[in-house]
Design a protein around this ligand. Structure first.
Ligand SMILES: [Fe+2]
Ligand SMILES: [Fe+2]
Length: 166
């Protein structure tokens, strides 16, 4: 059994992962609208990964005999000022997610819940990767600036992303 506090915090994290999927899905649509298929593809895969993170939490709550509570998912923005604005938003959002995972980890220490602490280790490590790939993406888009040719080269590179690889 998990404590009510842990249960509530994990359900909250599940919601944030689902919201993350929504944000990336919205970004996929935004980039599709700009005819940047590589960016769109990258964002779609990212959305799938986020759903996978939500499912990990879902399974864990059930495994620990807890109650899954599916909270309402906020609507993500529908558009951004530019590809750079979208990519910087992605990075900012990953940092928010890291903060909430770290808070959840702190709670697992406070509640002396070793199983949850070990379970959360995967998420802590994953956020290192997530922030790193979001940083690289935002930085490349910033470097490309208004150079359309550079954006198209980057778009081709992003098209190669496969599920499970960032
Ligand atoms: Fe995630
Ligand atoms: Fe993420």
């Amino acid at each position: 059994m998990i404590s009510k506090k842990i249960e509530k915090a994990i359900n909250k994290q599940m919601n944030l992962e689902a919201f993350s999927a929504y944000i990336y899905l919205s970004m996929a649509a935004y980039f599709e609208g700009l005819n940047l298929e590589g960016f769109s593809h990258w964002m779609r895969l990212q959305a799938e990964e986020e759903l996978g993170h939500a499912m990990r939490l879902f399974k864990y709550v059930l495994e620990r005999d807890g109650n899954v509570e599916l909270l309402p998912i906020k609507a993500p923005p529908a558009t951004w000022k530019s590809p750079l604005d979208a990519c910087q938003h992605a990075l900012k959002h990953e940092r928010v997610n890291t903060k909430q995972i770290n808070d959840l980890m702190d709670l697992s220490f406070k509640e002396v819940d070793h199983a949850t602490r070990i379970f959360l280790q995967w998420f802590v490590a994953e956020q290192v990767e997530e922030e790193s790939s979001a940083t690289k993406l935002a930085e490349k888009v910033r470097l490309a600036g208004k150079d359309g040719a550079a954006i198209l080269v980057l778009d081709q590179e992003l098209l190669k992303r496969q599920l499970g690889a960032s």
